[in-house]
Design a protein around this ligand. Structure first.
Ligand code: LMG
Ligand code: NDP
Ligand code: PMR
Length: 381
């Protein structure tokens, strides 16, 4: 392992300000102020920190390679940031909704201070996604890997919650906001300097076994199923026809699994559209069941007690946050995992392998339609 070398930059927080109506792109819905207030969590003061600025960082050719990880303030994302920073070869941009939490967690895990920066990103708002991209570009950092990791899971919700743009929260956060983010940052990845530990830039979107109905876990009801995409076509808007992609009744657990299915379909469609022309490696993964992570924070207390035991002793699918973080870091940076279009999984004894996906994830026609409808909803088409 290469020793940790100081990149000489300090921790920076660039805070995105809200976009005015004049800056909004055509077709972009106005912020619903109420929804923004209910979603935006503990933002840092706008005055805290500034962009490091390109002058201080030096040219992109001489910078360390940079990975952006969304949701790096807990669980898988935080531990992947730690593992990547520990190599000494990478700079990690923690793209988070809660600056203070990210700063605290990074300190607690002992991530070297000069190996990361923290940038505000609230995926429950498409304006915040656009502002994040601007702030990242203003920082002058190169981009070698982009990791869409953040997610919310609302299994006990009786009613859907809207994002700032009115989308159902799980599909809006986990799929639509990431869809916009990866599309906007594709050109930055493409422009990654050739001199890198990686032969090609990487784009990773975290998937899951529960979005794949070719497994036992994927068959626990309610199952992922995008149906005819009629709900998505209508905008998965809360308070309108249906907040679910398939046009059905709201079900928080299903919405999460549907969003993971979308994540895996998006990776395959990115690969089909852009791998040959850009050389970028597009990957998804199931890191194992991180049964004690924050993902289950809104589940019933009894579930939170029993679920880790069930996964540890019965299914044997349990994995610690630290181990899962190493797995994700491997997908970001291991030269052996450079093949594009793959859904990686792990065997406890033999390590990473290319896993099979379900029929619905492999459905190229569905992937294409999902892409086109998503493009329209996030204002790209
Ligand atoms: C939906 O329910 C909810 O409606 C929805 O809101 C959302 O939460 C969604 O996917 C999320 O789930 C789905 C339903 C599936 O699940 C349940 O309601 C059951 C919850 C089970 C919680 C998992 C924990 C299981 C704990 C088992 C006990 C473990 C003890 C560990 C001790 C280890 C000691 C060594 O429902 C179904 O699919 C139907 C399945 C019926 C449940 C059958 C239960 C089998 C579980 C197998 C293990 C039990 C074996 C116990 C043996 C003890 C061994 C000593
Ligand atoms: P955590 O809840 O620990 O991490 C999720 C992260 O997403 C948190 O850092 C959270 O921020 C962030 N996040 C949520 N909403 C937003 C938002 N609006 N804007 C920005 N960030 C947001 O869960 P995990 O680490 O377990 O989950 C990480 C990924 O792994 C997810 O994609 C999940 O689907 C996937 N996964 C998890 C499995 C598991 O068993 N846990 C299994 C398979 C896949 P904050 O810290 O502020 O709450
Ligand atoms: Mg599941 C057989 C193996 C297995 C694995 C690897 C998982 C992973 N689960 C398995 C089996 C079962 N689970 C069985 C037999 C049951 C019925 C008792 C079961 C139940 C269950 C519930 C209620 N499992 C769950 C839940 C959740 O609320 C979690 C979920 O679906 O979140 C969307 C979950 C999970 N099981 C997993 C994994 C990885 C999860 C976390 C979900 C994810 O992030 O995709």
């Amino acid at each position: 392992m290469v020793p940790v070398v100081s990149s000489g930059s300090s921790i920076s927080a660039i805070h995105a300000s809200s976009r005015s109506a004049a800056q909004r792109q055509p077709g972009q819905p106005r912020h619903t102020r109420l929804a923004v207030r209910s979603q935006a969590v503990a933002s840092p003061p706008a005055t805290r920190g500034t962009s490091s600025g390109s002058a201080k960082l030096g040219s992109k050719e001489t910078q360390k390679p940079t990975a952006i990880i969304t949701g790096a303030s807990s669980g898988l994302g935080l531990n992947a940031a730690k593992a990547l920073a520990a190599t000494g070869d990478w700079h990690v941009v923690m793209a988070v909704r809660d600056y203070s939490k990210a700063a605290r967690m990074a300190r607690e895990l002992g991530i070297p201070r000069d190996s990361y920066s923290i940038l505000h990103l609230d995926l429950a708002s498409l304006d915040s996604v656009r502002d994040f991209v601007e702030s990242f570009r203003a920082s002058g950092r190169r981009l070698d890997a982009l990791v869409a990791n953040a997610a919310v899971y609302l299994p006990t919700a009786k009613e859907p919650t809207p994002t700032a743009d009115g989308f159902e929260l799980s599909v809006g956060t986990n799929h639509l906001a990431h869809f916009l983010l990866v599309n906007l940052l594709l050109e930055d990845l493409k422009a990654a300097p050739k001199k890198s530990p990686l032969p090609a830039p990487r784009l990773v979107i975290v998937g899951s076994i529960t979005g794949n109905t070719n497994t036992l876990a994927g068959n626990v009801p309610p199952k992922a199923d995008l149906g005819d995409l009629s709900g998505l076509e209508a905008g998965v808007k809360v308070g309108q026809a249906s907040p679910m992609i398939d046009g059905g009744e709201f079900d928080g657990a299903k919405a999460y699994k549907d969003s993971k299915l979308c994540n895996m379909l998006t990776v395959r469609e990115l690969h089909r559209r852009y791998h040959d022309s850009t050389g970028i490696t597009f990957s998804s993964l199931y890191p194992g069941c991180i049964a004690s992570s924050g993902l289950f924070r809104s589940h019933y207390g009894l579930f939170k007690t029993l679920f880790p035991l069930f996964q540890k002793y019965i299914t044997k699918g349990y994995v610690s946050e630290e181990e899962a973080g190493k797995r994700l870091a491997q997908v970001i940076s291991d030269p052996a995992l450079g093949k594009s279009g793959v859904y990686w999984s792990w065997n406890n004894d033999t390590g990473a392998f290319e896993n099979e996906v379900s029929g619905e994830v492999a459905d190229g026609e569905k992937g294409r339609r999902l892409w086109e409808v998503s493009e329209r909803l996030v204002g790209l088409a």
